[in-house]
Structure formats: C-alpha cells, structure tokens
Design a protein around this ligand. Structure first.
Ligand code: DX5
Ligand code: ZN
Length: 226
C-alpha cells in the first residue's frame, strides 16, 4: 500500500476546554500538533452550533505558525470560505452536499491560497469525487455523522479509506491527502493509517487525555508501521 504522505495529527478544538481555548491550543501546539482542526457548525447543515471566523482570526494572530484546518459544516459555503480565508485559515474543507457549485467553491479556496478539501459523510459515495481530484489537496473522510464530538468510529469507514487510497494512487493523485475525522483514537489510528489515512483529526481522544505530549508520542508510534 502506497502511503507517501507524512502522518499529521490535528487536534480538534471542539473537544477542548471552551473556557480556555487559547491555553488549550497552545498546549496542543507545544505537544507537537501539526494542525489545529476547527469545526464550524451552523445548526442547519448539521444539528449543532460551534465557532465562527473570529476565533480563527484570534488563533491565527496568536499562533501564526500553526496551520488552522477549518472544517465547514455550513450551508451555503462560499461566504464562509471567504471569511475563514481572511481570518487566516490554511486548510479549508466543505461537504459537497452543502455547495450548489462545488467547482466554484473549491476554486474560491484555491484562489485564496489555502489547501482545499472535500468532506465525505459516512454514506457519501466516493464517485462524487470524479472530476474534483485536480482541484483538491485533501479528502476528509467522516468516520462519524458530523455535528458532534465524542462519537464512535463507524466500522465500514476504514474499508472506504482503503478504496479511496487505491483510487487516488491508481489515478495519479497519491499526493492528495486522506484525513479521517470522528472517533479517531490511539487504538484505531494504526488501522486507519494502514488503510491509507495520513491526517488524523482527534478531538476527545486528544483533549480528554491527561498528557498531550504523551498522546502525540503514542500517536506517532501507532502510525509508524512498515
Ligand atoms: C464532528 C467533527 C469532528 C469532531 C471529532 O462533526 O467534525 O472534528 O470534533 O471529535 P471526536 O474525535 O471526539 O470524534
Ligand atoms: Zn471536523
């Protein structure tokens, strides 16, 4: 199995202590996080509310070196793409079901100089990616139904990741990253990595752990297979 991309860990701030988001972000960065994952929910595309561009801007101002990975669970998406790009996001992804014009939305992200990603809900089929692969930098595979942290990884998702990795590798897109989001922990990271994921969003399993540095260390050990 070809997995040429370096494994990255992206703690999801949704699971951090909300009263101490700055301190939590700083601790995650110091522990060795590669990206900060920011979940944006609108109580329309998903049944929950979370953060807005102001938090992204404040994080970027305080920690300019860490890339902020903005996962848009909003509908429509284009205005929020522009707002988050302006607020310093480095990676921006959205669900294809949430945009009337997926090509246009992807180009908005690329034109803003950000890494562009499409997010697949657990039951969104891979064939929706046809025609998009020249424009995307990463595919974010949801391993839970979006909207809440702390859920359990859906068992059919590793196989989906494996099929996607094979598809990308055989179609000349091995540089496209596969991120996995939802129920990721230190136990299933190895299986997900073997399936072909290279970017791991970790909410509860990261911020619920006692020692973030130790968690980062164990994560790298888990994904360092032959
Ligand atoms: C769910 C979000 C996830 C969430 C993951 O809709 O997209 O990023 O924060 O949290 P855990 O790791 O707790 O499942
Ligand atoms: Zn997310």
């Amino acid at each position: 199995m070809l997995t040429p991309n370096k494994s990255l860990l992206a703690p999801s701030l949704l699971a951090a202590d909300n009263l101490n988001l700055g301190t939590e972000a700083e601790a995650a960065i110091q522990a060795g996080a590669d990206l900060l994952h920011l979940d944006i929910m609108d109580q329309h595309f998903v049944p929950n509310l979370s953060f807005g561009p102001a938090l992204c801007q404040a994080l970027h101002k305080r920690f300019p070196k860490i890339p902020i990975d903005v996962h848009l669970m909003v509908m429509p998406v284009d205005a929020m793409i522009l707002a988050f790009a302006k607020a310093g996001a480095a990676w921006i992804s959205f669900h294809p079901e949430a945009s009337m014009h997926v090509d246009r939305s992807l180009r908005l992200i690329k034109d803003a100089g950000c890494q562009a990603g499409l997010v697949l809900n657990p039951m969104t089929p891979l064939h929706i990616l046809e025609h998009t692969l020249d424009l995307v930098d990463f595919i974010l595979v949801m391993s839970v139904n979006p909207g809440f942290g702390g859920q359990t990884l859906i068992p059919y998702v590793p196989k989906k990741i494996q099929t996607l990795r094979h598809m990308l590798d055989t179609q000349g897109h091995s540089d496209v990253r596969i991120a996995v989001d939802g129920g990721v922990d230190l136990h299933n990271a190895s299986l997900l990595s073997e399936a072909g994921a290279d970017t791991f969003i970790m909410g509860s399993a990261f911020f619920g752990s006692h020692d973030y540095q130790q968690t980062v260390k164990q994560f790298h050990k888990a994904v360092a297979h032959g």
